[in-house]
Design a protein around this ligand. Structure first.
Ligand SMILES: Cc1cc2nc3c(=O)[nH]c(=O)nc-3n(C[C@H](O)[C@H](O)[C@H](O)COP(=O)(O)O)c2cc1C
Length: 358
């Protein structure tokens, strides 16, 4: 019996990127320890590192640790920086007062937080020499794309709309990651101001992007069991990128309250909020996230000012294992996530998808 065309497409992708299973671990800034990438890579998928918050030396160390633990493949990932935020002292004071109900005192300079230097992070990624580098929130500068091409590194570009997919392909992306609005964590909209208005679900985004570009497309957002993997492949994806479904594995090492909340969160109990970082992201609808969405609550400050202002609350929440104030990112399929070893999750997703696709 001949292979289903969707399985043949996935097999071609695996062959091109040295994988045994068309499942990518999402690069999750702050929740992608080497242990998780090693487990996913050993199971035949692609490990991932969201390097957004990492200094250059930490990026090199992460890659070295994964290489020491696995012969499998991995991707390094960065956000394309937004223009510097416009500061507004009065608005930030209002946010500080609001946060006073949820966390410890906020240091006067908390809003001045600066992300690590993007150019130095890019350099560190090139030095680490991964097979794949991925982007989110925009496209890499031309000179960096040229460096990737000359060193043989493939560029996977995350997009949230068809227009972004075309722009990324035009800028030289080798693979498009189509991120539906179901996705946990930050939305990858190129323009932060359009992140909420441009919310498109994966069932509409994926086949439209597949039709609009010539490069392979990876599906991301709400894929959390074999049914999701099979559906994504039928809609034209060559592989899937999975985030939330890995977060309850022991290798992800996230706070217990967050992992537990993921297991009991219905799709309608997640929400898209700017209240943690200033950029739109999908989290469990915690007490803090809900309160911040009330009409009387102050508008969050822009990224990364809001991230700095909420840092004390978020850190205290992790120490106290308190879900209500924690930055508890989760996709809409959260409740499908199982507390199993990551290798078992990869195996189950792929076995079930293959069974469905005959
Ligand atoms: C905790 C968390 C952190 C994330 N951080 C990043 C990141 O740094 N870079 C990135 O490209 N995507 C990031 N994402 C988004 C994922 O790449 C992916 O699109 C998403 O997890 C897919 O939806 P799912 O969580 O429903 O599987 C993050 C997602 C989560 C849950």
């Amino acid at each position: 019996m001949s292979q289903h065309p969707a399985l043949a497409r996935a097999a071609a992708f695996c062959e091109a990127f040295n994988l045994r299973v068309p499942i990518l671990m999402a690069p999750m800034a702050g929740a992608c320890p080497a242990s998780l990438a090693i487990a996913v890579a050993d199971a035949g998928g692609l490990g991932g590192c969201g390097a957004l918050l990492m200094q250059p030396d930490a990026i090199g160390k992460w890659a070295a640790e994964v290489r020491a633990g696995s012969n499998g493949a991995f991707q390094l990932n960065l956000w394309i920086p937004d223009p510097p935020p416009k500061r507004d002292a009065a608005a930030e004071d209002a946010v500080r007062r609001f946060l006073g109900d949820f966390g410890p005192e906020i240091a006067p300079e908390a809003g001045d937080v600066r992300p690590p230097d993007f150019a130095a992070q890019c350099q560190a990624m090139l030095q680490a020499g991964p097979p794949i580098i991925s982007s989110i929130m925009g496209v890499f500068p031309e000179h960096f794309v040229a460096r990737m091409k000359t060193t043989g590194i493939k560029w996977f570009a995350t997009v949230t709309t068809v227009a972004e997919a075309k722009a990324a392909e035009g800028a030289g992306a080798d693979v498009i990651i189509a991120q539906g609005m179901e996705a946990g964590g930050h939305r990858g909209a190129f323009d932060a101001a359009k992140a909420e208005a441009g919310m498109v679900g994966l069932f509409s985004l994926l086949p439209t992007v597949v039709d609009a570009v010539r490069v392979p497309v990876v599906a991301s957002g709400g894929v959390a069991d074999g049914r999701g993997v099979a559906a994504a492949l039928l809609l034209g994806a060559s592989a899937v990128q999975v985030g939330t479904a890995f977060l309850r594995s022991p290798e992800a090492k996230i706070a217990a309250a967050w992992a537990d909340a993921i297991g009991r969160t219905a799709p309608e109990d997640t929400m898209v909020t700017r209240a943690f970082s200033g950029r739109h992201g999908r989290s469990v609808a915690t007490a803090y996230a809900r309160a911040a969405a009330a009409p009387t609550a102050p508008a969050p400050s822009p990224y990364p000012v809001q991230r700095g202002l909420t840092a004390a609350m978020r850190d205290a929440a992790v120490k106290a294992n308190d879900i209500d104030r924690m930055q508890a990112w989760a996709g809409q399929s959260a409740s499908l996530a199982k507390a199993e070893p990551a290798a078992e999750i990869v195996r189950r997703l792929w076995d079930d998808a293959q069974a469905l696709l005959g």
